[in-house]
Design a protein around this ligand. Structure first.
Ligand code: UD1
Ligand code: CA
Length: 454
């Protein structure tokens, strides 16, 4: 039987104190609802229906491309009412699986097991045991341990409140049964809401056995209601990702000081020091070493590359065997070939650097094409911008640029050319020759430095 997934995401999330709809707050750099949708997409299902309410335009703006079915719940009258909105779009002959948009770390395997419990005579609810169950719906069982009903905290008696088994909110049931039960929901309860949880008692009355799948992974069923829970879940999520990388062989100096907001593909014997932040898509070759406090965003790094402390690399390709940093900044559209050296306080933007070339100290290289085996001396600057337009600097193979030179683009430095230190180069220079622009050194005799008057 097909599964139809209904994700409830209409809640406002008042406790986030934010203009942003709750389900758009990010976990690992992705909206929490996107996590739930991604997990839903890994299940065998025919449709994914997302019930939205507050800030629906923003939610669809950001997640519209994910190919799910959007259903509006204009007024939030309760979880039962929310599911009801989706029912017209749900095939009768299917299993309906209800998920929450603010419970982002639910695992696929758990949901697979929950769905397996469902047939004509059985429905499934996902529960967990909490030492502090306050606020949650409680699972009420009879002496034979059979589930009888769910009672919401606000409607619960003293005796019910002592129950530690709680409703996670996630359930699976045959759609045709769900349909009938939803039609019978009333809102005569402490919150004046249509509770989805009331269908449990109806199921029992109709002779359907309610199978509770109890998970002991508190994290996967934790909902996010405020910024404290958001950061707690962020750390749990990061730990999950760190452990996944370590399981694949990556060495992490400290799993609790690692942040991956995207994806990381790593080769063999990769080492990652503390406080590394990765964003977007990061690829690391074999034996790559990433130093402390490094930020990597959308970068592909070749084998045997060493990135030293406090470097920031974004939208770049780094050739095998290169050495970057410490304190290097590699900006978008940069391509470094093999065995390049980019040293401290060097900024590179939209440039290609040939194999074996070195830019070791205090430079700005922008809009440049640099050949192989080039040495760029300390303090060299490409003057790529005239205030209105940007121009290219082209440097041939084996050129040597003396320290503290300015290359005023557009300009081409010939192959094997040498530029004398301290030069301002504004015209193309010939291959293989020394070019410099400097006034002759002179000494002014008996020159006095100004003195302060007493
Ligand atoms: C619900 C359950 C409770 C369970 C708890 C787990 C009910 C009646 N209660 O309580 O048994 O222990 O979750 O966290 O189901 N939503 C809508 N539209 C609405 C109301 C809610 O889309 O009209 C969505 C919310 O965005 C949220 C989810 O449904 O994602 C749960 O809503 P929430 O108000 O947090 O439910 P609780 O009262 O916490
Ligand atoms: Ca809740």
């Amino acid at each position: 039987m097909d599964t139809e997934i209904i994700i409830l995401a209409a809640g406002q999330g008042t406790r986030m104190h934010s203009d942003k709809p709750k389900v758009l707050h990010e976990l690992g750099g992705r909206p929490m609802l996107a996590h739930v949708i991604a997990t839903a997409q890994r299940l065998q299902s025919s449709h994914i229906h997302v019930v939205y309410g507050h800030g629906g335009e923003h939610v669809q703006d950001q997640l519209g491309h994910l190919g799910v079915d959007w259903i509006e719940q204009p007024e939030q009258l309760g979880t039962g009412h929310a599911v009801q909105q989706a029912m017209p779009a749900v095939a009768q002959d299917s299993i309906a699986l209800v998920l929450y948009g603010d419970v982002p770390l639910i695992r696929k395997e758990t949901l697979d097991n929950l769905i397996k419990t469902v047939d004509d005579q059985h429905m499934g609810v996902l529960t967990t045991i909490l030492s502090e169950p306050d606020g949650y719906g409680r699972i009420v069982r009879n002496a034979q341990d059979q589930v009888l009903r769910i009672v919401e905290h606000k409607d619960a008696s003293e005796q019910d409140r002592a129950i530690n088994e709680i409703n996670t909110g996630i359930l699976a049931v045959q759609a045709k049964q769900l349909h009938q039960w939803l039609d019978r929901l009333q809102n005569d309860n402490a919150q004046g809401e249509y509770y989805l949880t009331d269908i449990i008692e109806m199921a029992v009355d109709d002779g359907v056995t309610v199978v509770a799948t109890v998970t002991d992974d508190e994290i996967e069923v934790t909902g996010i209601n405020d910024k404290i829970q958001l950061q707690m879940m962020e750390r749990s999520y990061q730990m999950r990702q760190a452990q996944e990388l370590m399981r694949k062989g990556v060495t992490l100096a400290d799993a609790s000081r690692f942040d991956l907001r995207g994806s990381c593909e790593a080769g063999k014997d990769v080492r990652i020091d503390v406080n590394v932040v990765m964003e977007g898509r990061v690829e690391l070759g074999d034996r790559v070493s990433i130093g402390p406090n490094v930020v990597l965003k959308n970068v592909a790094i070749g084998d045997d590359v060493q990135v030293f402390a406090n470097s920031v690399l974004e939208d770049a390709k780094i050739g095998a065997g290169s050495r970057i940093g410490p304190f290097a900044r590699v900006r978008p559209e940069t391509v470094l070939s093999e065995n390049t050296h980019i040293g401290n306080f060097v900024e590179i933007k939209k440039s290609t650097i040939g194999a074996g070339s070195k830019i070791n100290h205090l430079s700005y290289i922008g809009d440049a094409e640099i050949g192989k085996q080039v040495n760029i001396g300390a303090g060299t600057i490409t003057c790529n911008y005239d205030g209105a337009y940007k121009y290219k600097t082209i440097i041939g193979d084996n050129a040597f640029i003396g320290s503290d030179s300015q290359l005023v683009a557009p300009v081409t430095i010939g192959k094997g050319a040498t530029i004398g230190a301290g030069s301002t180069i504004s015209r193309d220079t010939p291959e293989g020759e020394l070019t410099l622009s400097r006034s002759k050194q002179q000494t002014i005799k008996n020159w006095q430095r100004p003195q302060k008057k007493k």
